[in-house]
Ligand binder design. Structure first.
Ligand code: CU
Ligand code: ZN
Length: 170
């Protein structure tokens, strides 16, 4: 007959906790979004899945209309956010969801902000991983532009100035 001592029960409990931590250790990251005045415009959480990375954006205080929504290559958000560099593009391809020579890993569909200025969306970026390429020495950022991405113009979709930025951090 097996005898469970207090110590073995504790060990079993510790193993269960370790297992559940592994299960939920799916990589996660987030970005606090701010506009050029340094005001919060919400946040984006990023969760790696077996099929890419799910971005969940809860946004506010944005101008109504269509705006480009990208992952940029540098994790520095200093207005006017040129500091965030170009689109995250580890494979050295061209820009654009509709471009045959595209697309960048950082390219994603436009967001459409209603008159309230608030929007909650989820988008799956099937190419993005929360790996060492994203979290390289200079980091990465989420950027929202004044205009929509035309999904074709290299290198940035002719989306105009950058109106919000958030450094992606774990
Ligand atoms: Cu951009
Ligand atoms: Zn791009």
């Amino acid at each position: 007959m097996m005898k469970l001592t207090g110590a073995s029960i504790l060990l079993a409990a510790a193993a269960l906790v370790a297992a559940s931590q592994t299960a939920s250790a799916a990589e996660q990251a987030s970005a606090a979004m701010m506009n050029a005045n340094g005001e919060s415009v919400g946040a984006v959480t990023l969760s790696e899945t077996p099929h890419g990375t799910l971005l969940h954006a809860t946004l506010k205080n944005l101008p109504a209309g269509a705006h480009a929504f990208h992952v940029h290559a540098v994790g520095v958000c200093e207005p006017p956010f040129k500091s965030a560099g170009g689109h995250f593009n580890p494979a050295g391809t061209k820009h654009g969801i509709t471009s045959a020579e595209g697309m960048h890993v950082g390219d994603m569909p436009n967001i459409h902000v209603p008159d309230s200025g608030a929007l909650e969306i989820e988008v799956l970026n099937t190419q993005l991983r929360l790996d060492d390429a994203l979290f390289d020495e200079d980091g990465a950022a989420i950027v929202i532009h004044e205009g929509p991405d035309d999904y074709a113009s290299d290198p940035a979709g002719a989306a105009g100035p950058r109106i919000a930025c958030g450094v992606i951090g774990k």
